[in-house]
Design a binder for this molecule. Structure first.
Ligand SMILES: [Zn+2]
Length: 388
């Protein structure tokens, strides 16, 4: 989004802008203070979408439109395509990457099925089975972006059903014993030189390549680890600081680029701009698709960052994916309406996809597993994104 379109939005919003800004401030302050349950007394928030429709913070992205659904042909791209499946695990992330040369990589596996959350491991396993990746098969790599349970909680189920050749996490251990147990299991499953903690040690070479290329996705795919932290240095509170340790990957194939942000917040987005945006060669931030940071929260996906990653990408080639459920955090529903608005302005309404699309209209038990998103780069450079 350019500053001139921002000004345009402000003009369109007219008198709503002041209120939007103040509500934003309230949200940011509440989120950064980690306050729970204080949002209920706030007035309802209304945002204007670019087309004039209104959405509230109690709603998410509207349900998929027909033209966003994969055709039968799109669902079965050739094997020499790069395929990313953003699996609908409810609240949480789970991304299965199939490379053109046959590598299978899992980045996060959703939550663990406790405290009313979905069991991401079960959902991911069922998805893999339905797509021909049978139980007993071996992942070339499994990555955990950071130490929050909506990312690693599903992994014990994955470990029980699949092999893992390489394992990578940033190197920060927190979030109680369950994360430690998960890492211990991972350690036991892979050879010592295949257990990568790029922010703290380097048995296999990933630390020296942090900020450079990584060989996790096979020889045909360009892959860069743009960020990994083991030290909680960025952000105003513990939640933000852990989110900002996230592994951030950039993948490239046949001239198309994809950014996988983990739960990165604006502080990390700003650092990435400083470090990479002016690079004339890879790694830089140019992207066709962004899996946005932190589930569509206002903590992330700033207009400045979207401007930076899409500055060389024609509007018709821009896509954004949100992985989220309709979980309430301190009274804030993710994804947040204002973030949906910003993303729609950057990529266009039909190019914004979310694993929670329409979930606010569904019964809780029906909200997961039905909004899986497929992104494909074919060997001729054709690129598309659709609901599977
Ligand atoms: Zn998360």
């Amino acid at each position: 989004m350019t500053w001139s379109t921002l000004i345009g939005i402000r003009t369109r919003l007219g008198t709503k802008q002041a209120r939007r800004t103040s509500v934003h401030l309230v949200l940011l302050i509440a989120l950064s203070a980690g306050v729970a349950g204080c949002m209920d007394s706030d007035p309802p928030k209304w945002w204007k979408e670019p087309n004039g429709n209104s959405i509230t913070d109690s709603e998410g992205l509207t349900a998929a439109t027909t033209d966003q659904l994969c055709t039968a042909e799109e669902k079965t791209p050739p094997n020499d395509s790069l395929r990313l499946h953003f699996i609908d695990v409810g609240q949480g992330d789970a991304i299965w990457v199939q490379s053109p040369t046959g590598e299978n990589v899992l980045i996060d596996a959703g939550d663990g099925g406790y405290y009313g959350r979905n069991n991401g491991g079960k959902i991911v396993s069922a998805f893999l089975s339905a797509h021909g990746f049978a139980q007993g098969a071996v992942f070339d790599a499994v990555a955990v972006t950071h130490a929050h349970s909506d990312h690693y909680g599903g992994l014990p189920t994955i470990f029980a059903h699949y092999g893992v050749a390489k394992f990578i996490d940033p190197g920060l251990e927190t979030d109680g014993l369950s994360y430690g147990d998960t890492l211990e299991t991972a350690h036991a499953m892979v050879r010592p030189d295949s257990y990568f903690r790029p922010a703290i040690n380097d048995p296999g070479g990933l630390t020296t390549l942090k900020g450079g290329s990584v060989d996790l996705f096979g020889p045909a795919v360009g892959a860069w680890l743009l960020s990994a932290e083991n030290n909680m240095r960025l952000g105003d509170d513990n939640n933000a600081k852990v989110n900002n340790t996230s592994l951030v990957f950039k993948l490239a194939y046949k001239g198309r680029s994809i950014l996988l942000m983990g739960d990165a917040h604006a502080e990390l987005e700003n650092e990435l701009i400083q470090r990479f945006v002016t690079n004339t060669s890879e790694p830089n931030l140019d992207a066709n698709l962004i899996k946005v940071g932190h589930h569509g929260s206002t903590t992330s996906s700033t207009g400045r960052f979207l401007d930076a990653i899409f500055r060389n990408t024609p509007a018709v080639d821009r896509y954004a994916v949100i992985q989220s459920g309709r979980t309430s955090f301190g009274g804030t529903q993710l994804p947040e309406a204002s973030t949906i608005f910003v993303l729609q302005d950057a990529v266009g309404q039909s190019h914004l996809f979310s694993t929670e699309a329409g979930d606010d209209k569904k019964a809780e038990e029906d909200a997961a597993s039905d909004d899986d998103i497929l992104a494909v780069v074919k060997s001729d450079g054709t690129f598309y994104v659709c609901y599977e």
